[in-house]
Design a protein around this ligand. Structure first.
Ligand code: S3P
Length: 434
């Protein structure tokens, strides 16, 4: 489906965007490891998280839904069953990488595959440390790509340096650590999202955290029985970001984004937008099921300034970098993004996607191997852009369409269902068109 977005007048109102994708994935994957039934309120029902639900059912986990609450019947560390077919991980990198960690410690055989995008995403980053833990695992191109076959075995603890600050890799190794002899340690020079560690701790895992000169160190001991928990998933800051951007860019806008997860490992976008001069405020700051949440109030912000985004800042805003680049086209001065080469291996090459699409809309932008340089105060002319079947690219360019002179057509916009199926309905709700 192609979507045409026309210039808008303003954004006004209140919105509770869909629930957090990262926490929703973990609310099934991690609770399935418990000894007992966990409950999940406000589970995100979108492409990726429904993939997780389907895959864990195929692995023998009973997952029920009653009155909008999901009940995950944990099977303990070794109660999973060998699936009788290949597991299709769809578009979901998180499901794939975390599940690889779990399957490495099982006593059976599994084959994993995914859609065309996922089959081109790097997996050695997980497979290499898993192999060091003695996992029996292999994949296409010497273990780099799906399909991947894995025969679970007895694992051994390792010390692993998570150089790419990937939360998916950290999570995979910590989960594998639950099945390993001795201690498994993950060290991160820059802290990536910490939902796995938080949730495992709440479930009673033997996990320790230390901060040292080398960074952040997590150590987990295997074999311990995990207890079930009750989770209430907050709104996804990565989804809220699109509407915050629209409010910042459209004159006279005023928007309140309700119940948003503002964990510091995730809210870098909002901090950076503030640094650019945006009028944004966290209200009603509180805690929900162990995570900090707030209502975020956003006003039209006409005096944005260009900024620098560097490597250490990337992890807390990794999925929002494309959107920050789009906003930067409207700021005073230049914005320089570096240290973001991870963007090239997301659902699409997001550096290329942003650069090609911005150029298609008449915007000047310089591509760097690990980022881009965006000149400010540019006119968005309008035209045709490609989503590259990447949900965040489709939504980002829909937002930029709201300030374009002529309509912006987004090709293959239906990929938004991966994280935010109601995106265009919500756009109609809070955006006033001319
Ligand atoms: C995620 C981690 C990030 C992020 C992805 C979700 C997670 O990926 O981009 O959307 O839930 O752990 P990396 O671990 O590859 O950085």
């Amino acid at each position: 489906m192609d979507k045409v977005i026309k210039r808008a007048k303003k954004v006004e109102g209140e919105l509770r965007v869909p629930s957090d994708k990262s926490i929703s994935h973990r609310s099934i994957i991690l609770t399935s490891l418990a000894n007992g039934v966990s409950t999940v309120k406000n589970f995100l029902k979108a492409g990726d998280t429904l993939t997780t639900m389907k895959v864990y059912r195929q692995l023998g986990v009973k997952i029920e839904e009653k009155d909008d609450v999901i009940y995950v019947h944990g099977v303990n560390l070794h109660g999973y069953k060998e699936p009788d077919d290949v597991l299709d991980m769809g578009n979901s990198g998180t499901t794939t990488r975390l599940t690889l960690g779990l399957l490495a410690g099982q006593r059976f055989f599994t084959v994993l595959t995914g859609d065309e995008s996922l089959r081109n995403r790097p997996m050695k980053r997980v497979l290499n440390p898993l192999k060091q833990m003695k996992a029996h695992v292999d994949g296409r191109q010497i273990g780099e790509y799906l399909p991947i076959a894995i025969r679970g075995t007895k694992l051994r603890g390792i010390e692993f340096l998570n150089e790419k600050a990937s939360a998916q890799v950290k999570s995979a190794i910590l989960i594998a650590g639950l099945f390993a002899e001795r201690t498994t340690t993950v060290i991160e020079p820059v802290l990536s999202r910490n939902h796995t560690e938080n949730m495992l701790k709440a479930m009673g895992a033997d996990i320790k955290y230390e901060q040292s000169a080398g960074g952040h160190k997590f150590s987990i001991k295997g074999g311990k029985e995990l207890k079930p928990i009750d989770i209430d998933v907050p709104a996804d800051p990565s989804s809220a970001a699109f509407f915050a951007a629209a409010a910042v860019l459209l004159p006279d806008s005023h928007l309140i984004l309700k119940d948003v997860l503002v964990n510091p490992t995730r809210d870098g976008f909002f901090r950076k937008l503030k640094e650019m001069g945006a009028n944004i405020e966290y209200k009603n700051h509180r805690e929900q099921a162990g995570e900090p949440i707030a209502d975020i109030e956003v006003f039209y912000s006409p005096n944005l300034k260009g900024i620098e985004i560097t490597k250490e800042e990337i992890p807390s805003m990794v999925d929002e970098i494309p959107l920050l680049a789009l906003i930067a086209t409207q700021a005073e001065g230049e914005t320089r993004i570096t240290g973001a080469s991870e963007l090239r291996v997301k659902e699409s090459d997001r550096i290329k996607a942003v650069v090609l699409n911005l150029r298609a809309l008449g915007v000047e932008v310089e591509e760097l191997p690990d980022g881009m340089v965006i000149k400010g105060k540019q006119t968005i002319k309008g035209g045709i852009v490609d989503s590259f079947k990447d949900h965040r690219i489709a939504m980002g360019f829909s937002i930029i369409g709201l300030i374009a002179e002529k309509p912006v057509t987004i090709k293959d916009a239906d990929c938004i269902f991966i994280s935010y199926p109601q995106f265009y309905e919500h756009l109609e709700q809070v955006v006033e068109f001319k």
